[in-house]
Design a binder for this molecule. Structure first.
Ligand code: GLU
Length: 442
């Protein structure tokens, strides 16, 4: 089946790892089926929606390589919501209600106090025309609720959760429009899904009861509901919903040197029965992406996993993929030499300084200085100067292991460890190598 999916963020903040995951999975579903992925900006809340967040959402998705085939904005579709609203109201599926927040809160408390679920009692349906007129004469403007049909259970085959079933009488008729005429999420989203031909809705399990309500809205609008899937929420590694995850986004990842491919590799598989692996090839991730592998338990996000995957992805990155981000002067051989020693691309410079210098050498013992004098005299230049130098020195001095290699590494790089010397020495170059050995020898 060719899927049309959508990712529908409200531009009231930056994307966080939880909604990045939702975006990714919807993009993957569409890609995998050769369908369309829609970015829908849910900006009906004019007071809280900000243009800077719309831009940030676009930038973050672009950085992640999650490209939308289409972009839609709810604020440009208000006439569509109005039309749907009028039709549903005329069909008797929308009614006015006048309760204040305090009154509703009190009703909730009374029900909870009696051990009952806090379902709206439909008090507004008992109002007469005269009651309503009196309310409005008092200056109370109505808000609007969608009237659920209590006739049949609501049922769907959820792509992750299996058969889902709700008794509509156990749900409150949702408020869909405020007294000031502004929209709540429920109806506009359904209208959009119909108008935009969305065939598959994948979102977090916090939306499960919304789905039950929206299925009735689809039916009330004579539209076939899309297929639904609700994935388990993302939690911190300690297993709880974490505040930190709610604010962890692309800017923080970028600052830490996390590659988009590491995030994609992790989030594609987290919470599924497939192993989380450092797979940089999206096609492989797409080929193995399957909702039926998603578990019902919360998916645990662990920074240590992300870092492990990131390091492995950096270690396998081809020069071409990274060359525009490297310090001036690093060619393929340079990248290859330092690549195994870094865990983020940003660390390249620290190792590259060993090639460009200046370096700071340690104090050498008299014995090592003599050895380094010998090394300076022995050094010859070839395709493989390190191997030639160390083999010759081994024969000449009888040194081996650490005693053979460490003073040379220290003299040539100023460090006790680092990239493979066989790769580094040709990059340092003959002249500079001679200068460094001579200086170390005193
Ligand atoms: N704007 C809604 C949200 O961010 C969209 C939910 C949906 O996917 O339908 O929760």
């Amino acid at each position: 089946m060719i899927s049309t999916t959508r990712f529908a963020p409200s531009p009231t903040g930056r994307l966080h790892v939880g909604n990045i995951r939702t975006a990714l999975h919807n993009w993957m579903l569409a890609q995998k089926s050769g369908g369309q992925f829609i970015l829908r900006i849910d900006d009906t809340d004019a007071a809280r929606s900000k243009e800077e967040y719309v831009d940030a959402i676009r930038e973050d998705l672009a950085w992640l390589g999650i490209t939308a085939d289409r972009e839609e904005r709810q604020s440009e579709r208000l006439d569509r919501y109005e039309a749907a609203f009028n039709a549903l109201r005329d069909a008797g599926r929308i009614y006015r209600a006048y309760e204040t927040q305090q009154e509703l809160e009190l009703k909730r408390k009374v029900l909870l106090g009696r051990g009952l679920p806090p379902i709206y009692d439909r008090g507004a349906l008992d109002l007469t025309d005269a009651d309503r007129a009196a309310k409005e004469a008092e200056g109370v403007q109505p808000h609007w609720r969608f009237k659920l049909d209590h006739g049949e259970p609501i049922q769907w085959e959820d792509g992750v959760r299996g058969t889902a079933k709700f008794d509509p009488a156990q749900l409150s008729d949702p408020v869909i429009r405020r007294a000031d005429g502004s929209w709540l999420y429920m109806l506009p989203s359904t209208v959009d899904d119909v108008d935009m031909g969305v065939t598959q809705v994948l979102r977090g399990e916090d939306h499960v009861s919304n789905t039950a309500v929206q299925i009735q809205m689809f039916t009330a609008m004579d539209a076939a509901p899309p297929s639904f899937a609700h994935e388990a929420l993302l939690v911190g590694k300690e297993g709880k919903l974490s505040k930190r995850l709610g604010s962890l986004g692309c800017d923080a990842f970028r600052e830490r040197g996390i590659e988009p491919e590491a995030i994609i590799a992790l989030l594609s598989r987290l919470g599924t029965s497939k192993p989380v692996e450092p797979i940089a090839d999206r096609q492989v991730l797409l080929d193995t992406f399957d909702l039926s592998t998603f578990g019902r338990a919360p998916a645990k996000f662990d920074d240590a996993d992300l870092e492990r995957i990131n390091t492995a992805i950096v270690h396998a990155m081809p020069f071409d993929a990274v060359k525009d981000r490297l310090p001036e002067g690093i060619d393929e051989a340079g990248w290859h030499a330092v690549q195994p020693n870094i865990s983020t691309v940003g660390e390249v410079g620290e190792w590259w300084r060993l090639v460009t210098g200046p370096i700071e050498q340690p104090e050498f013992s008299e014995e090592d200085r003599a050895y380094l004098t010998e090394a300076a005299q022995t050094l010859t230049w070839s395709d493989d100067p390190w191997n030639a130098l160390t083999s010759a020195l081994k024969d000449k001095t009888g040194r081996k292991g650490k005693g053979l290699f460490l003073p040379l590494r220290q003299a040539l790089t100023g460090m006790n460890h680092g990239p493979d010397m066989g790769e580094l020495l040709p990059l340092i170059g003959e002249n500079e190598a001679r200068v460094r050995l001579a200086r170390a020898a005193g």
